[in-house]
Design a protein around this ligand. Sequence first.
Ligand SMILES: C[S@@+](CC[C@H](N)C(=O)[O-])C[C@H]1O[C@@H](n2cnc3c(N)ncnc32)[C@H](O)[C@@H]1O
Length: 242
Amino acid sequence: MTHPQVQHPPVDPPKVVSRAAVMRQLCRLYPQARYLEVGVWRGVTFDKVPAARKVAVDPVFKLDPPHHERDEPGTEFHEVTSDDYFARVVGRDEQFDVVFLDGLHVYEQTLRDLMNTLDHLAPRGVVVVDDTHPPTHLAALPDRAEHFAVRDYLGETDKRWMGDIYKLVWFVQTFCPHLTYRTIADNHGQTVLWRKSRTDVPERSLREVADLGFEQMVVAEDVLQLRPWHEIRRELRRDLGL
Ligand SMILES: C[S@@+](CC[C@H](N)C(=O)[O-])C[C@H]1O[C@@H](n2cnc3c(N)ncnc32)[C@H](O)[C@@H]1O
């Protein structure tokens, strides 16, 4: 007996929301958006973000054309580390609506960037931290040189390196009850944070956060609060009245 062939409906590939799309959509929520990007590299994201004021921070820009040849009203380029920028360059009263943290991919540095950012975040502002959901143990190795050595040793072709920034989400969950956060499920993993108090604050020591391994991250993945981007956008708009 022959079976009739079952026609399955075509399955759409999962849609991946790009870094630039996230930043663009966030900036559009503010009439005169003030945008700060820490870690700009070639400007792949920065150049695609429309904002009234744009500030780029990176100790080594790889922009083409280079930053000193650009004349873009409302845009500033600071070729310094994020620590230098926050310590010496940013105006005391400067505020940003959208901040993208994508600099040195190490937990403690990104945590410093987040703490410094909060001092300059507008009351209804939003912060996006890149690379908080590493796909493999290899991608999550905190030391970049070790990551390269292990990658070569294994003959691994996957080039993604995210470091241990995921620990920052555990830090925020434990020590920043005034912040609400969600991690984008339909891209490489970016955590979006805004001001809204939470009551679900677990007890955890600083050491536990610092020692959190990739395996523990996988087992407790719900801490990341993974959600589709369109849901996160809706939620933050409601919470911030945007
Ligand atoms: C992943 S790239 C940024 C990519 C960019 N945001 C984009 O979307 O195309 C990381 C950048 O961080 C910069 N960086 C490294 N250490 C930094 C620091 N301490 N402060 C700021 N930026 C840093 C590097 O020079 C590099 O250009």
